[in-house]
Design a binder for this molecule. Structure first.
Ligand code: NAD
Ligand code: WQD
Length: 348
């Protein structure tokens, strides 16, 4: 019998890649997504690619805060574990609309934890973020590095982690993995699924890809005076398929009877500057990315990259792909889907 996994936010960027890897790995997958920041087409593409495994995927469109809908789902199905991606993730928007972020990310998590507890499903993988390291004084960031929140989005991740730790402290039959993702980029090598943010992209690579396909005139480089090799910010970019595989490794860990509640970084351990990333994308795509040099973006850190030792040692997981593969797959997705999952020109 295949294990049954509930994936919240499974139609989104990281979720859809993880759902595909789960199906290919033989899991049964139930997705809950409000589609507030995604398209159901991602799951249709996942089904096509999963072929014989496709019947093991089902989808329910509702908001996690809709408690009757959540209760009905848990009453009708038994889950071996939950992977919780659902939430809002735009840092700038969280500063403008903090309560919307607290409402979605915190109330959504509470509703989920309560439904899980009520139905005796006590294995959870929670999407946290490297954002909790703020502007780190020491790199690489390891799981014991100091954590803080620089914006409401970051606060929801910090509180989310803390809530999970408290739930575990109150009932040690829970098994919870908190995954701190660094900078997910790239797409499935098929080019069928990828990142399709609504409106103006906040993150570097979705913006670069929209410049490459002619949707935007130039990339603005935020900050050229950092104390880094070329003056631009340094980050730990990780291929989204590696990240998806990290979730399978986490699920395996949750089956260890002695496991409790623990945090793991998912990154590559390598720092890459903005200009290096742009150069790698230009090489992979053969496209020229026009650049506009600008001042620093408020709240941005100088250098952030992960120590990956704990995940390698305890989850038996290590990222396989480098920035050339990330850019190759990002371009493959972009060139095949210049408007993301939309069939024609969007109005953003
Ligand atoms: P995404 O927006 O593509 O996916 C999130 C999904 O959750 C979307 O499909 C959205 O419709 C859904 N959703 C949002 N609120 C919901 C709710 N209340 N009920 C049901 N569905 C809801 O984002 P992503 O990049 O795939 O990120 C997934 C998770 O990983 C998020 O929790 C995010 O904070 C975290 N994360 C993302 C990054 C990143 O750079 N992409 C980095 C670190 C952590
Ligand atoms: C990367 C680098 C920018 C856009 C964010 C969130 C974090 C996590 C991942 C969710 C930085 C530079 C960017 C642009 C640029 N998400 N840049 N021009 O800021 O490391 O992290 O996404 O958890 O919480 O904060 O990622 O992709 O926005 O930026 O020059 O148009 O690219 O200054 O140095 P970041 P990013």
């Amino acid at each position: 019998m295949s294990l049954s996994i509930l994936v919240t936010g499974g139609a989104g960027y990281i979720g859809s890649h993880t759902v595909l890897q789960l199906l290919l790995g033989g899991y049964k997958v139930v997705v809950v997504d409000s589609l507030e920041n995604s398209s159901q087409i991602s799951l249709e593409r996942v089904r096509e690619f999963a072929q014989d495994h496709a019947p093991k995927l089902s989808f329910h469109q509702f908001d996690l805060r809709d408690r009757p809908a959540l209760e009905k789902l848990f009453a009708s199905e038994e889950f071996d574990a939950v992977i919780h991606f659902a939430g809002l993730k735009a840092v700038g928007e969280s500063v403008q609309k903090p309560l919307m972020y607290y409402d979605n990310n915190i109330i959504g998590l509470i509703a989920l934890l309560e439904a899980m507890a009520a139905h005796g499903c006590k294995k959870l993988v929670f999407s946290s973020s490297a954002t909790v390291y703020g502007w780190p004084k020491v790199v690489p960031c390891n799981e014991e590095s100091p954590i803080c929140a620089l914006n409401p989005y970051g606060s929801t991740k910090l509180f989310g982690e803390e809530m999970c730790r408290d739930v575990y402290k109150s009932d040690s039959t829970w098994k919870i993995i908190l995954l701190r993702y660094f900078n997910p980029v790239g797409a499935h090598p098929s080019g069928a699924i990828g990142d399709d943010p609504r409106g103006i992209p906040n993150n570097l690579m979705p913006f670069v890809q929209q410049v490459a396909v002619g949707r935007r005139p130039a990339l603005t480089i935020y900050g050229t005076d950092y104390g880094t090799k070329d003056g631009t910010g340094v980050r730990d970019y990780i291929h989204v398929v590696d990240l998806a595989d990290g979730h399978i490794a986490a699920l395996n860990k949750l089956s260890d009877p002695s496991f409790g509640c623990k945090v793991y970084n998912l990154g590559t351990g390598k720092g890459t500057s903005v200009l290096e990333m742009v150069a790698a994308f230009e090489k992979a795509s053969g496209m020229k990315i026009p650049l506009v040099m600008a001042g620093r973006r408020p709240g941005d850190a100088e250098v952030v990259y992960a120590s990956t030792e704990r995940a390698e040692r305890e989850l038996n997981w290590k990222a396989k792909y480098g920035i050339d593969e990330m850019c190759r797959d990002q371009w493959n997705w972009a060139s095949k889907n210049p408007y993301g999952y939309e069939p024609c020109v969007s109005t953003d």
